[in-house]
Design a protein around this ligand. Structure first.
Ligand SMILES: Cc1cc2nc3c(=O)[nH]c(=O)nc-3n(C[C@H](O)[C@H](O)[C@H](O)COP(=O)(O)OP(=O)(O)OC[C@H]3O[C@@H](n4cnc5c(N)ncnc54)[C@H](O)[C@@H]3O)c2cc1C
Ligand code: SF4
Length: 334
């Protein structure tokens, strides 16, 4: 690992000032924040990330989950994944988030990993993590070894000719279905970004993964109140039962009245270059009965735009089956 200087941020302004010295607070930057360290330190050991200064933000008062006036909740950026997953309100009202977090990594990792670090974890594309190969995300303009290479785990939605990396997070899929908002404190003040607008697809600039600007510090993630009679579910399919990233996953948040779906929010994981919300599937569900044919149509619509690479064509059907099963589980649990 390269030499770097570690500084501790005691206030949010300290952190933002330190981050602002950098070209960007994100990818490839000279100054980086460290939360749980379970992504950043791995990438530093692999020589993929080489920050000059690492700013430890763990002393900032951002580790709480608090109720919001409108019935929603506010999750501090530094709240550990384990604490969020086991929080009584999250388990009861935002089940999909608890399930998604518990399906990820291992108990030890979840005890370290934070809400903001999870939000910003990098792709598991093997070429991104190996400096011997070309990778447009790691080194813009160098090429993409995954297109035509080992791409079984990678994305089929939102890809470009420059990058087909999938967003690996389970948490982010649940947050997309819950319509979370992300509060950011930056050099120009505070702002709130809906998760839908937070992540960007690779296009011709795969090195940029989100809308964070130089010095931006995520302070918390908010979840809106959900209507009564809403049930949610997260289903993850992977090569082994634990300690493995999703091949495909589905997060659904469904409000039912009798046997009819009044409101549906659907997001897919493992298939998108960003957590993949599907308005197409939602449109195919709302106002319709909770029956398998309807679920199948929604799943077909969700994968309509899929563009598989050489090794991941199986994800189209697997993701459809995953979504159908997830919808069954969510609606049966009502
Ligand atoms: C072996 C292994 C298996 C895993 N399996 C899974 C899995 O199955 N599913 C899954 O979803 N994840 C999995 N993960 C990923 C894990 O969830 C992430 O590593 C973790 O969530 C990152 O959180 P962190 O706090 O440790 O992030 P860090 O490493 O501290 O930070 C990650 C990034 O976020 C930035 N950052 C952190 N906080 C802020 C902030 N407040 N504002 C601005 N920038 C910030 C950092 O600068 C860095 O770029 C796995 C990881 C490992 C090592
Ligand atoms: S898919 Fe993206 S991350 Fe993977 S090698 Fe290609 S450019 Fe790099």
């Amino acid at each position: 690992m390269n030499n770097f200087q570690l500084t501790k941020a005691l206030t949010i302004s300290d952190a933002v000032r330190a981050g602002g010295e950098s070209q960007t607070s994100q990818q490839g930057a000279q100054v980086r924040f460290i939360a749980g360290g379970t992504t950043l330190l791995d990438l530093m050991k692999l020589d993929v990330e080489n920050p000059r200064v690492v700013v430890d933000i763990n002393r900032l008062p951002l580790g709480q989950i608090e109720p919001l006036g409108d019935g929603g909740i506010k999750i501090g950026a530094l709240t550990r994944n384990s604490d969020v997953a086991q929080h009584a309100t999250v388990k009861r009202d935002y089940t999909v988030l608890s399930q998604a977090l518990l399906s990820g990594a291992s108990p030890q990792l979840r005890n370290m990993a934070t809400t903001s670090g999870n939000l910003l974890q990098r792709t598991r594309c093997v070429y991104f993590r190996d400096t011997a190969y070309p990778c447009n995300k790691r080194k813009p303009g160098s090429g993409c070894a995954a297109i035509g290479g080992y791409n079984r785990m990678l994305a089929i939605l939102g890809t470009s000719e420059h990058c087909i990396a999938s967003n690996p997070s389970d948490q982010n899929v649940a947050l997309a279905a819950l319509e979370a908002t992300i509060s950011v404190h930056g050099a120009k003040g505070e702002r709130v970004v809906p998760i839908h607008d937070f992540f960007v697809v690779p296009g011709s600039t795969p090195e940029r993964e989100n809308v964070l600007e130089p010095g931006d510090l995520i302070t918390h993630v908010s979840l809106p109140a959900l209507p009564g009679r809403t049930r949610s579910y997260y289903l993850k399919l992977r090569d082994r039962a634990a300690y493995e990233f999703a091949l495909v996953s589905a997060a659904v948040v469904i409000t039912q009245e009798g046997g009819t779906i009044r409101r549906a929010r659907v997001a897919l994981g493992g298939v998108g270059t960003k957590p993949w919300r599907s308005p197409e599937a939602e449109g195919a569900l709302e106002g319709r009965a909770t029956v398998e044919d309807v679920f199948r149509n929604a799943a077909r619509d969700a994968l309509n735009g899929a563009r598989p690479a050489s090794e991941n064509g199986f994800k189209v059907e697997l993701a459809q089956r995953c979504l159908v099963r997830c919808l069954k589980l969510a609606t049966q649990s009502a």
